[in-house]
Design a protein around this ligand. Structure first.
Ligand SMILES: Nc1ncnc2c1ncn2[C@@H]1O[C@H](COP(=O)(O)OP(=O)(O)OP(=O)(O)O)[C@@H](O)[C@H]1O
Length: 267
């Protein structure tokens, strides 16, 4: 996948969101996109999926301009999890299975994806396991309460996040795996475990990870720092740390935050 001098804005009256981005994602490599809120990371992924086309410049996959690839054909080659993922009033199995409908009846595949996403244990703990109806609506009490079989079980935000990740990971045979903040909403332990499993899973495929948690991106083959719609830094974790730029500063600030606090002096 290659971006050639890509300029993009959502509307002519709005400022440029991407300003001349050149980027090459080699097959089989993992690339991490980092940068402050509003830097243009999610927008870049949306262009790869052809939710939008560049205003200037172009995106190519295997040498073909994406404008020449019909969106359904393009998207069949991708598994992408966005921040605003959907959650449906369906069973747990269906919520995962809609990621690849041909696998909806394949229990082994659904469980494999759930396991990778850290969702298997939470699903098996539900009243009817994978057949539990999930609901986005929380019933306080009375009608539609817990005892009503027609009412769905409500999940927490982090639990929905894990199901959404499982849905994306079900599409394992796709050429590109794109994950926009896949661990947002997870607690620190769950986040660590999910990223460890994802590292093993993404080996050998083209993957694109957006995360504000720099500890999660440090193993990527290439880390790209976006700032105000431009690529300002690019390299491995070690290279960017040695360069002493914005990545190094952000990483150092975050690492400091994760260090155990010194024990309070005993009085
Ligand atoms: N649908 C949209 N219509 C108009 N402007 C948008 C739209 N989506 C994003 N923007 C704007 O584009 C800019 C880049 O947003 P984008 O979501 O790509 O940033 P990001 O780097 O992913 O940020 P974050 O880290 O907060 O997720 C922001 O100024 C945002 O307000």
């Amino acid at each position: 996948m290659e971006l050639r001098d890509v300029w993009f804005r959502y509307d002519e009256r709005q400022p440029w969101v991407l300003k001349g981005v050149d980027l090459f994602i080699p097959f089989g490599r993992s690339l991490a996109l980092v940068g402050l809120n509003g830097a243009g990371k999610s927008t870049l992924i949306k262009l790869l999926c052809r939710f939008y086309d560049p205003v200037r410049g172009s995106v190519h996959w295997d040498g073909t301009d994406l404008r020449d690839v019909p969106p359904p054909e393009l998207r069949a080659r991708m598994a992408v999890l966005f921040q605003d993922f959907m959650s449906s009033d369906l069973t747990a199995r269906e919520n995962i299975g809609v990621g690849a409908l041909e696998l909806l009846g394949d229990d082994d595949e659904i469980r494999r994806a759930a396991g990778l996403a850290g969702a298997h244990e939470l699903v098996t703990a539900l009243p009817r396991g994978y057949d539990t109806l999930l609901s986005r609506i929380f019933f306080a009490d009375g009608e539609g309460g817990e005892d009503d079989p027609a009412a769905g079980t409500t999940l927490s935000g982090g639990q929905w996040q894990r199901l959404a990740l499982a849905r994306a990971l079900l599409r394992q045979s796709r050429d590109l795996l794109g994950l926009d903040e896949p661990s947002a909403g997870l607690d620190a332990q769950a986040e660590y475990e999910v990223h460890a499993r994802l590292r093993a899973h993404r080996a050998g495929r083209m993957s694109l990870l957006v995360s504000h948690r720099l500890s999660a991106v440090r193993e990527a083959d290439v880390i790209v720092m976006l700032d105000g719609g431009r690529i300002t830094e690019q390299g491995t974790h070690d290279e960017l740390m040695a360069a002493g730029g914005a990545y190094e500063r952000l990483f150092t600030v975050q690492a400091r935050g994760y260090l155990p606090q010194p024990a309070a002096a005993e009085s």
